[in-house]
Write a protein that binds this ligand. Structure first.
Ligand SMILES: Cc1cc2nc3c(=O)[nH]c(=O)nc-3n(C[C@H](O)[C@H](O)[C@H](O)COP(=O)(O)O)c2cc1C
Length: 294
């Protein structure tokens, strides 16, 4: 089946599937495997300290894949920077943004805090800018600021939590009514049914984070991989960590890990999602050879 959405067009990828940004592990080998499997692999800029290190990583990525890939710039809100977090202000990334654009990266993603000046640089260079937020309200602000697409992370996901966060279902169905630019669903998605459900709710693409942490190409530690593979998502403590906003700056796998029982390659992971989604669509009576929501 051919997968055609507004986001596959923007990303120029085979599938409407985008890799999450990852502190610590969002590096070239992992991202290249994702791009080579038909999704959009993402290098996460906060993992690099100097422009030289970052430039080398982009060069490495270009050797590992000839498919499209993106770069994420996670901008920490000022209160987090002040409370001892790493200083990842918008300005601190400007030289890294220039490097990515000069190296021909077309999709730049930002997350967490305001990043319109990064977005402007991307547009001036002819690229596309996706912004990721934890609330529909902030996604609306990002659309107003010029983002070409917005990712909204549901409460069942991981990453930076917001006290006003909603579930992926509420986010997508509400945002589809309130936002015109394409939407990317993130948060709690780990299998074909979640993937299809997100598209049905109005998403133009799906972002996978926790569900790919235990893949063969992921450089996550054995301890992290074990958490993904063996976590009981119905355990009370885990449930509270995810839904009671105790996650601040402590990246653990989300509810999506409930779908992961074995260590597969990224290629197997993406092929499973797509082939199972196609099988489900057939059981629903879909006969065509193209999925499109353009
Ligand atoms: C280990 C780990 C590190 C992450 N680091 C970042 C980050 O630096 N910046 C960011 O925007 N999101 C980060 N995320 C969030 C993901 O990009 C993505 O939004 C989230 O994982 C989606 O929810 P899911 O885990 O339920 O799929 C991280 C997620 C994990 C699991």
């Amino acid at each position: 089946m051919i997968w055609n959405t507004r986001i596959t067009k923007m990303m120029n990828t085979q599938y409407p599937i985008i890799m999450g940004a990852f502190a610590i592990i969002g590096k070239a080998e992992f991202a290249a495997a994702f791009s080579n499997a038909g999704g959009l692999g993402i290098i996460t800029a906060l993992n690099f300290r100097t422009s030289d290190e970052f430039y080398d990583e982009i060069k490495k990525m270009k050797k590992l894949t000839n498919k499209p890939f993106g770069v994420n710039y996670t901008v920490w809100p000022p209160q987090v920077r002040q409370s001892g977090g790493r200083v990842q202000s918008e300005e601190s990334y400007f030289d890294f943004v220039d490097i990515a654009l000069e190296e021909g990266v077309k999709v730049i993603t930002t997350s967490a805090y305001k990043a319109a000046r990064i977005g402007k640089k991307v547009h001036d260079a002819g690229g596309v800018w996706f912004h990721k937020s934890a609330t529909v309200k902030h996604a609306i602000s990002a659309e107003r600021a010029g983002a070409d697409a917005v990712t909204i992370v549901g409460l069942e996901g991981t990453g930076f939590k917001n006290p006003n966060q909603n579930t992926t279902l509420v986010n997508m169905t509400m945002a589809r009514k309130l936002i015109k630019v394409p939407l990317i669903a993130a948060g709690g998605i780990g299998d074909a049914r979640g993937f299809l459900a997100a598209l049905a709710m109005g998403a133009d693409a799906v972002c996978f984070g926790s569900a790919i942490m235990a893949t063969k190409e992921s450089p996550a530690s054995e301890a992290w991989k074990k958490q993904v593979l063996y976590q009981d998502i119905f355990d009370e403590k885990f449930y509270k960590k995810i839904f009671h906003l105790e996650l601040r700056d402590s990246p653990v796998g989300s509810m999506a890990v409930g779908h992961v029982n074995e260590e597969t390659s990224i290629k197997e992971f993406i092929e499973n999602i797509v082939s199972n989604a196609e099988r489900i669509l057939r059981t629903w009576g879909v006969t065509g050879n193209e999925f499109r929501n353009l």
